[in-house]
Write a protein that binds this ligand. Structure first.
Ligand SMILES: [Zn+2]
Length: 230
């Protein structure tokens, strides 16, 4: 029995470039949620190849009702909506899981890594923890370290992949896109799936050798600048 916890967002999948594509009320969202689902399914496939038996998949974008359940392998349990647990995107994580993986993650607010760069709700223009720019990746990495489960894999834009490697070089990353101003340069959707499947298989196979990062020193200082309404 090997359980994996996977959290998926939409802004860091290949292709997404504009907020219209991330918004469930918009026609352009349909293609984005399909690629998001395909990237999650590819990651599940990689995990299964490496011996995983169960993959808990947290839909972590906005309403958390984006992924298409029937297109995931049967070993996946889809978590939709938000329970209110403070772990947010890792809301069920405990030490019975062998590894954590993040799909579709994106550059944080205050960085130039993506036209969709933001942190959490988009209602802050700057968020720092002990002087370090806070991304959704960083919060998940700290939560995973706190619970004692290795965060072994991340796919998303190139900026967040670089941030993940700077935080902990034992994380496997796959960059599926690069942000340039208000534009993106993207991998072909099928190539993105192939790289995610392979990277995930390798990362899960090596989870036991993972080196946990140090938790930040106390006192913890959070600084944020609220956004004007947009
Ligand atoms: Zn999102």
């Amino acid at each position: 029995m090997m359980k994996i916890y996977l959290s998926a967002d939409i802004e860091g999948i290949t292709g997404t470039t504009h907020w219209n594509e991330t918004d469930a009320g918009n026609a352009e969202w349909e293609a984005a949620r399909q690629q998001m689902t395909a990237e999650v399914a590819a990651a599940c496939q990689g995990a299964l190849e490496a011996g995983a038996t169960e993959i808990w998949v947290k839909d972590s974008h906005d309403t958390a009702r984006n992924l298409i359940a029937a297109e995931l392998p049967q070993a996946a349990r889809l978590i939709r909506g938000w329970s209110g647990h403070p772990f947010l995107t890792l809301q069920e994580l405990d030490n019975t899981f062998a590894a954590v993986a993040l799909i579709g993650y994106h550059s944080p607010v205050g960085s130039g890594g993506s036209p969709l760069a933001h942190s959490f709700t988009g209602k802050v223009t700057m968020l720092k923890l002990n002087g370090r720019l806070v991304s959704e990746f960083l919060m998940d990495a700290l939560t995973s370290a706190y619970v004692g489960v290795p965060l072994v894999f991340l796919s998303g834009d190139q900026g967040i992949c670089e941030a993940a490697l700077a935080f902990n070089p034992s994380i496997q990353t796959v960059a599926v896109k690069q942000g340039v101003g208000a534009s993106t340069i993207n991998l072909h959707p099928a190539l993105a799936l192939e790289r995610i499947r392979q990277g995930m298989a390798q990362a899960v196979a090596q989870a036991a050798a993972f080196r946990q990062p140090a938790l930040p020193s106390t006192p913890i200082m959070m600084r944020f600048t609220p956004a004007r309404s947009r």
